[in-house]
Design a protein around this ligand. Structure first.
Ligand SMILES: [Zn+2]
Ligand SMILES: [Zn+2]
Length: 411
């Protein structure tokens, strides 16, 4: 069995949710430091504010699990407080700069698979394949460290892709300045295209994640029915009004959770809900977000409640660079992949597009790939698994493409 599959299974056993990727970061850091990469981790990677950071007890429990699993205490110290993730750099003489990004985090799902590398942490599972992405990044690092090339390579191991919280922060890192080429991708996604490289993603949703707290006032439900302010009623009204907002197939909205109230005979004083908006264009998404805010204000007037609205994550779509996509397609066959010329319309959201957006604004080229392979169940399902044979092919593909770009001096 290849080292890459070994790594993937070790990561699968120790799944970690966004901003708690202590074990995963430490594993990558340990492997890459042996290979001669310069490591950057901890607070220096966080040049802008974080969204959706877990509560302190969640961070501490995850840190303890990582320690028990054998993570390097020096790495853990630097990540305390949830400053997870890693950027590794290698510079050899002069030449182009290539940045590759791999996501680290798992999903909050209880695993139902019965495999020897099953998740050891209840309620957490690598149900999206990011364990595979991280393993590919580590193996690519080893391969590149052993091969000749000149220029600079940045390997980004990004936290918190789920809930789209880490991409915006890591894409802005000053370490990535001067990136000529940016590469990232996802395995699986489509089940009918084994060993297929989609070199162009034509579509991905802009999204915002919202946490809402609705404050009313509790009183006895029947003694003073007119004196309380019913946060539950306001929340229910708000949910109904929100679902009226998407007015065409360009926008989507979902309210995923709603909790309210403390007792049967008490007017509910507080309600909390978690919602998300999506739009296929930035304009339609901005309009939806504006209407979302206006609806909250309207509910404040209608019910007398106060509503606080906090952004908990966001992602954009930025089209990949056609020239880079075409060059990538040419590398597929040698890596054992069949190149699919049709662009892939990704219906979810993905925060890698922040990197592409930045690189394009700074004059470089960026691309995002789909590596089609057999999946056992849909992404985020408790039975999710994928054909591990794709990992070796992804490593070969990224290695060949990176070296091609480094030797190209295209700009
Ligand atoms: Zn996912
Ligand atoms: Zn994913």
């Amino acid at each position: 069995m290849s080292h890459c599959i070994d790594l993937r299974r070790a990561l699968h056993r120790h799944p970690e949710a966004g901003f708690t990727e202590f074990f995963s970061t430490s594993l990558a850091a340990t492997e890459l430091s042996r290979q001669g990469w310069t490591l950057h981790l901890g607070q220096e990677l966080y040049e802008t504010a974080r969204l959706g950071v877990p509560e302190q007890p969640v961070l501490e429990a995850a840190l303890e699990r990582a320690r028990a699993a054998g993570a390097d205490p020096v790495h853990l110290e630097r990540m305390a407080g949830g400053y997870t993730g890693l950027i590794a750099t290698m510079q050899r003489e002069t030449g182009p700069t290539v940045t590759l990004r791999f996501d680290l985090d798992c999903v909050e799902v209880q695993e139902d698979l019965d495999v020897p590398w099953k998740s050891l942490t209840p309620g957490l599972m690598h149900a999206c394949g990011h364990d595979g992405h991280t393993a590919v990044g580590i193996e690519l690092a080893r391969r590149l460290s052993e091969l000749p090339w000149t220029g600079r390579v940045n390997l980004v191991f990004q936290p918190a892709e789920e809930g789209v919280r880490g991409g915006s922060i890591f894409s802005q890192s000053s370490l990535l300045q001067g990136t000529d080429y940016f590469l990232s991708g996802h395995l699986g996604i489509t089940n009918d295209a084994e060993d297929t490289l989609y070199s162009t993603v034509s579509h991905s949703m802009n999204t915002s994640k919202w946490d809402l707290t609705i404050k009313g006032e509790s009183v006895h439900a029947t003694l003073y029915p007119r004196q309380g302010i019913n946060a539950l009623l306001a929340a229910a009204d708000l949910v109904v009004e929100l679902y009226r907002l998407p007015d065409n197939d360009q926008t989507q909205l979902n309210v995923g959770t709603l909790t309210a109230g403390t007792g049967r005979n008490v007017v509910a004083g507080e309600a909390k809900l978690r919602a998300e908006t999506r739009g296929s264009s930035r304009e339609s998404h901005d309009r939806l977000n504006q209407a979302f805010g206006e609806t909250c204000r309207e509910m404040e007037r209608r019910h007398g409640v106060r509503i606080s609205q906090t952004l908990a994550g966001e992602a954009i779509y930025s089209p990949p660079h056609p020239e880079l996509c075409a060059l990538a397609a040419g590398q597929a066959e040698a890596a054992g992949l069949r190149s699919e010329p049709k662009p892939y319309p990704m219906m979810g959201s993905e925060d890698a597009f922040y990197f592409i957006d930045r690189v394009h604004r700074e004059g470089g080229q960026g691309a995002y790939f789909i590596f089609g392979t057999a999946i056992r169940a849909p992404h985020h399902n408790p039975m999710f698994d994928f054909n591990e044979a794709i990992l070796e092919k992804m490593v070969s593909f990224y290695t060949a493409l990176t070296r091609e770009l480094l030797s190209a001096l295209r700009r």
